[in-house]
Design a protein around this ligand. Structure first.
Ligand code: PMP
Length: 332
């Protein structure tokens, strides 16, 4: 069987309109991870974690893959499972989008929703429900993106290498939202080997506790952007890989994601908006001729009934009113 799934090389695209209107002097390039086959950066880690588990004999034909996730890892695992014939059970908190669930179901995965807002160490958290299921279901495996070293290795070997190749080995700043931390750790480790002065900026939503120094995390609570932030520090997140943290908030993140779509034609997700907002803040220290790379982890498909929808934006207080573009056509 020809199996091309795994040839990544996602586009690295220069921002024009947004950087110009925000007065950014350096070049700002965005890495379009939504162009991966499953729609996110998680395709990279899912393939590697599955292949390694198969090699080690932890994962065998007929086994069940179980994973707690904010959705994108679930989609990527379900995609691989569909091709390879594994059963897949994905556990994700209620607050994650219906669109992600529908894609996973279409790929044949079984979905279990856990309540949002429960502490990570509660028996009802997506992590502990997954642990319990794996004890109950024989011949099952959790590949465990929160602890699996292959999570950051996938980004070290592929995402970062692609960035270096596309930039002729010269990068001055990288900005990425932080969930498991796999992306930022892998990218930081590889890029710093070649560009030790490169500034690595982590983006953490207000409400989450992973940013440093701790004084940045005064506000705890819920937020709407999906895929970034936690109420615990995942093992996969080696925070020494990050030089500088920016806290993000929902409204500017969603407005920026909509601008990336409307002004740059980039069909990205909400955490991409958080990352670009943070990049605009952090990259003000860069000069003309310097280069900032921003990771756009997933795409608009996951949020069609959320931030892409005007009514959802208005009812959440993120948009004042529906802006109808002028068509110039007169109604009779
Ligand atoms: N944005 C989105 C939409 C995600 O799904 C994730 C993964 N949880 C991230 C950002 C963060 O990526 P990572 O887990 O590699 O830190």
């Amino acid at each position: 069987m020809l199996f091309f799934f795994g040839v990544w090389n996602t586009p690295l695209v220069r921002l024009n309109s947004i950087t110009q209107s925000e007065g950014i002097k350096c070049e700002m390039l965005v890495k379009c991870e939504f162009a991966n086959p499953g729609g996110s950066s998680k395709d990279r880690i899912a393939k590697l974690m599955i292949e390694e588990a198969e090699r080690k004999g932890i994962l065998k034909p007929g086994y069940t893959i179980i994973e707690p996730t904010s959705g994108n890892t679930g989609i990527s695992l379900a995609l691989n499972a569909a091709i390879k014939g594994y059963h897949c059970i994905i556990i994700l908190p209620e607050r994650m989008s219906k669109e992600k669930v529908d894609v996973m179901k279409a790929l044949g995965a079984e979905i279990i929703r856990t309540p949002s807002g429960v502490a990570w160490d509660s028996p009802d958290s997506h992590i502990n429900v997954a642990n319990r299921l794996s004890r109950e279901i024989s011949n099952s495996v959790i590949l465990n993106q929160y602890e699996n070293p292959l999570n950051s290795i996938a980004h070290y070997e592929t995402t970062a290498q692609e960035i270096l190749d596309a930039c002729n080995g010269r990068v001055d700043m990288v900005v990425a939202g932080v969930g498991t931390g796999g992306t930022i750790v892998g990218v930081s480790r590889k890029i710093k080997e070649q560009c030790p002065e490169c500034i690595i900026v982590g983006v953490d939503p207000i409400g989450s506790i992973v940013a440093q120094p701790e004084s940045l995390n005064v506000d705890r609570g819920s937020y709407k952007v999906e895929g970034i932030g936690h109420d615990f520090i995942p093992k996969s997140l080696e925070r020494d890989a990050v030089d500088y943290w920016v806290k993000s908030s929902d409204k500017p993140s969603f407005i920026m994601a909509r601008r990336l779509i409307r002004e740059e034609g980039l069909l990205c997700g909400g955490s991409s908006g958080s990352a670009v907002c943070a990049a605009i803040e952090a990259a003000r220290v860069l000069e003309p001729g310097q280069r900032c790379v921003v990771i756009l982890p997933d795409g608009a498909r996951n949020y069609m009934t959320k931030f892409l929808n005007d009514q959802w934006m208005i009812s959440n207080g993120f948009l004042e009113d529906i802006v109808t573009p002028k068509s110039g056509v007169q109604k009779k």
